[in-house]
Structure formats: C-alpha cells, structure tokens
Write a new protein. Structure first.
Length: 368
C-alpha cells in the first residue's frame, strides 16, 4: 500500500510540475509567482490525503467541500495534461518539418486552459446523464416467459456521490420495474460517509424477485464488515461464493479478490454453491472485475469496475489491463460477458465519452 501511494503521489506531483511549469513559462518570472506555484503544487498534490484525513475526523461539511475542490482539480489537471501534450506534439512536429508554430507559450497556455475547462464542464454534465442500456438474450434454459434484470454497478456512494445521485438511480429503477436488481460491486466508496442514511434510499423500490449483490474492491477498502452491513441494510442478498435461484435462473456471486490481497476474509470457493446447480440451469455470474475465469460456470457474466475508462483516453489503459471493452462480448465458447460502465464516478466527478449507465437485461425463453 505504501509503495502504491508513493508511486501515485510521484505521478500526481509530476503532473503538477508539467501544468504549473506551463504557467511559469507563460508569465514574467518573478519570485512571488515561483513561490505561489511551488506552494500550490505541494498543497494540490497532497490534497487527496487531506480529504482522507478529514473524512476520518467525521467533519462532514469540510470533507465534502475539500473533496469537491480536490477531485474537480484532479479532473481538470488530467484534461490539461492530455490537451497540453497534444499541443506539445504539434509544436514538435512543426519544428521537425520546418513549419512555423503559430502559438507562443502564453497563447498556447490560454488555449489549453480553456479547452480543458470546456472538457471539464462537458464531463460534469455527462456524468449526470444516466443512460439505460438494454440487452436481450434468448436461451432454451429458461422454461418459459421472460425475466428482466437491472444491473447497477460502481455507484461509489460516499462523500462525492450522495443522496441526490442515488435518488436519480432509484428513479430509473422505479421506471424500469425489473424483476431482479443486481449490484456488481463498488456500490460504496472507500471514503464512506453517511452510509446509514444512504441505505434507506434503496427501499424506494423492491424488486419482486429479489436484489442481489457482490463485493468490489472499494467495499474492501471501506472494510468488508461495514460494506456488508450497508448492502444488507439496503436490501441486498450478498452472494459470497454462494448461489440463489430466482425467476427460473441461478445467480452465482463471488467476492472481489482485493479482499484476499488486503488480508480480509474472502469467499472464493464455490463448490458448495454449485452442488445444487444442473447443466440445464441458466447461470448468471456476478463478478466485479471483468476477468473471465474458465473454472467458473456461467452463461452470462455481469461485471463492472472499469467505468468505460471514465475520462477519455483512460479507456485505452483499461483495455490494456483487461483486454475487454464495455458492453456485451460473445465469448468463444458461447458464453457471454457484459461489462457495465457503471453509474457513478470515482475521483474526479466527471465522465468524458463514457456515459454512466444502468443496464436492463431481458432473458427470454427460446422455447415456443
């Protein structure tokens, strides 16, 4: 954990050196400006740690205000870095090809700053436009009729994503009226805050065939005990290496492996859960991270975790890490994997070209 934190702060600090260096190059060099940029760089680099500290002091309003400033700045800084590097690349290519670059340092800085601000504003709006993604599956394993499942994932409830956001999610669920609701991890954030009150909001819709959940890595960060208590208070049956029959299908859930690496008790053995499952059952596997385990039987795996990259171009990094995109993937053996972009945000409260979603899966019988 210490190594990860050190590397993260080093990278974040380097991002500040780049951005604040652009400021330095765009204005007359004076010692007050240099001092101000140095202090700002140090404070902003360590501001996420300040949020972590304030949250543990139970200073709610101060924590919320600090988190919004810190993580909004984080989003802006990332966008500034990406756009700035594109401008730098253009400048380098122009120099290489003997063309005159039309922008001086000050003008380039102003253009990058404004473009990053525009992208931040767009990302803020996009993060609040929850889409409904519909997936239709037919199978002979469902005796008759049809079953609807609403998948919610990666809400990251806590300091940043609070009651207003959760009310929008629940409003969508009430409109959809699914038979089953499944939550595929990271429903709460590592920075848990006011979770008892938030759990009550889930009571505004009770799916007729039940609500089921599995843990994600952020449930581990918040502490499995607290996370499980929250999920159960919210009305979910938490499947931890367990299965449940509902609506003619079998739901199978496993803990996120982060619990193992953090030293917390995880349930990964599913042998008991499969003891009553037959080859004729349609199995929906709930697993937070979109990693296909060939030892786990399923017809449809529902996952989340990667947020669709959340802020472009992070989508390329998630692809390199998991070799899968969001949406429905037909696997070579006929099984299916669906990866949700999730509904919430982690860190910066924005999304860029990765709209939040709730997924409505309709499983219909192929039998006539």
């Amino acid at each position: 954990m210490l190594t990860f934190l050190s590397v993260a702060l080093l990278i974040y600090g380097a991002m500040h050196v780049y951005a604040l260096g652009k400021v330095w190059m765009s204005f007359p060099h004076t010692w007050p400006l240099g001092l101000a940029l140095t202090v700002a760089g140090i404070v902003l680099t360590f501001s996420p740690l300040l949020v972590w500290f304030l949250e543990r002091q139970s200073w709610h309003r101060t924590t919320v205000a600090t988190a919004w400033v810190s993580y909004t700045w984080m989003g802006y800084l990332f966008l500034f870095l990406c756009i700035g590097l594109l401008f730098d690349l253009g400048h380098s290519l122009a120099t290489l090809l003997n063309f005159k670059w039309p922008l001086d340092a000050a003008l380039a800085f102003r253009m990058v700053s404004l473009l990053a601000l525009a992208a931040l504003g767009y990302g803020f709006v996009e993060a609040r436009q929850i889409e409904i993604k519909e997936v239709n599956i037919t199978t002979p394993k469902l005796a008759s009729g049809r079953l609807t499942i609403a998948q919610i994932s990666d809400l990251h409830l806590g300091i940043m994503m609070g009651e207003d956001f959760l009310d929008r999610v629940m409003s969508k669920l009430r409109e959809l009226k699914p038979d089953i609701v499944v939550a595929t991890g990271d429903i709460i954030d590592g920075q848990g805050d006011n979770l008892t009150e938030l759990a009550k909001h889930f009571q505004s819709y009770t799916p007729p065939r039940g609500a089921y959940a599995v843990t994600g890595n952020h449930e581990t960060y918040a502490g499995l005990g607290n996370s499980l208590l929250f999920l159960r208070n919210a009305g979910f049956t938490v499947l931890r290496g367990e299965s449940a029959k509902a609506g003619g299908i079998v739901l199978l859930g496993v803990d996120d492996p982060s619990a193992v690496t953090s030293g917390q008790h995880a349930r990964r053995d599913i042998s008991k859960a499969l003891s009553s499952v037959t080859a004729d059952d349609f199995i929906v596997l709930l697993k937070h991270q979109p990693v296909v385990d060939n030892h786990l039987p399923f017809d449809l795996q529902l996952s989340g975790h990667i947020h669709g990259g959340q802020i472009f171009p992070f989508v390329f990094l998630t692809w390199l890490s998991y070799r899968v995109g969001t949406g429905l993937t037909e696997l070579t053996d006929g099984r299916r994997l669906y990866v949700s972009r999730g509904a919430g945000t982690w860190g910066p409260p924005i999304r860029l070209f990765a709209s939040p979603e709730i997924t409505l899966i309709t499983i219909a019988s192929a039998n006539k």
